[in-house]
Design a protein around this ligand. Structure first.
Ligand SMILES: NC(=O)C1=CN([C@@H]2O[C@H](COP(=O)(O)OP(=O)(O)OC[C@H]3O[C@@H](n4cnc5c(N)ncnc54)[C@H](O)[C@@H]3O)[C@@H](O)[C@H]2O)C=CC1
Ligand SMILES: O=C(O)C1=N[C@H](C(=O)O)C[C@H](O)C1
Length: 265
């Protein structure tokens, strides 16, 4: 007997059991709203809980979420991750504000739960991820480098998580190449004029009405400069990366920083 493609489709009840149940934290925020839409539009995902400030966090566990997506605030995200780990829920975290100490804490929380995955990514935009990679590649060829990030004025953290990560990646590439410190003769400075110093790389933050999320990495050498720029004009740009992480995370136990590995980079 021959089997057709139609015969092989799972029955509706089976199909439902194949859907990944997803909860969204920060569901009424700028990113959360977009994630809710993207999950609702995805055939293989089921939105089971939407939680925002003041809502009962246990809703995500009660609703049977297998994966939680967190786009909240740096001051609440650690509690959310702790809750998810305690309740055996995989986490896809886009919220910023992670330093080495926070990452180490999350890794420690995961130790007794070897089957659970948490991915923390400062940027889910494919172009932004590529920009970080290109900047890392270019860094060793240029004595000078600075990062400029430009965002909407409602952003609470500065510099952006992406800019900090970019600067760290660039700094690490410079160290590996044995480059000396970036040349800079500034001795007389109004506070903040030279931005902030992230591992020896200057990072500048612009907040401007009309912008969404943008970043430039400026690299300079004698007689030339290279400018790498990425623009997110719409928060839809982050959704393919978020959905990829939601689908992948149950196969990636432990702590993952950035989705580069999920993209084969
Ligand atoms: N990784 C990435 O690709 C991206 C990361 N982000 C980051 O995501 C975070 C959120 O950004 P936006 O959506 O623009 O901010 P937003 O302020 O629009 O949204 C945050 C939402 O979280 C809610 N919230 C606050 N405390 C909460 C709690 N305890 N539980 C549940 N919800 C809570 C707020 O009420 C708000 O609705 C920021 O850290 C931002 O930097 C933003 C864009 C892309
Ligand atoms: O707050 C935002 O908007 C964004 N936050 C992330 C960051 O801080 O890097 C990612 C993107 O830049 C948008």
């Amino acid at each position: 007997m021959t089997t057709t493609a139609t015969d092989q489709q799972p029955a509706p009840a089976d199909r439902e059991s194949l859907l990944i149940p997803v909860g969204v934290l920060g569901a009424r925020g700028r990113m959360g709203t977009e994630v809710v839409k993207a999950v609702n539009d995805a055939d293989d995902l089921e939105l089971v809980a939407m939680v925002d400030d003041g809502d009962w966090l246990f809703n995500v566990a009660d609703a049977g979420a297998q994966v939680v997506v967190d786009f909240t605030r740096p001051d609440v995200v650690m509690d959310n991750i702790r809750f998810c780990i305690d309740n055996n829920i995989h986490c896809v975290v886009g919220t910023t504000g992670f330093d080495e100490a926070r990452l180490a804490t999350v890794a420690e929380w995961l130790e007794p739960k070897p089957e659970l995955g948490v991915v923390i990514a400062p940027n889910f935009g494919i172009g932004a991820i590529l920009l970080m990679r290109f900047a890392q590649e270019a860094a060793r060829f240029f004595p000078s480098v600075e990062v400029v990030e430009l965002h909407h004025p409602n952003k609470v953290d500065a510099p952006s998580g992406t800019a900090v990560r970019t600067a760290r990646l660039v700094a690490s590439a410079r160290r590996a190449a044995g480059l000396p410190p970036v040349p800079d003769a500034t001795t007389d400075e109004l506070p903040g004029a030279r931005g902030t110093d992230v591992e020896g790389v200057r990072v500048h933050a612009v907040r401007l009405a009309g912008l969404v999320a943008h970043q430039e990495v400026l690299l300079g050498a004698a007689g030339e400069s290279l400018t790498l720029r990425h623009d997110s004009f719409d928060r839809a740009s982050f959704m393919p990366g978020v959905l990829l992480a939601v689908r992948e995370i149950s196969r990636r136990p432990g702590l993952t920083v950035g989705i580069e590995g999920f993209l084969g980079l």
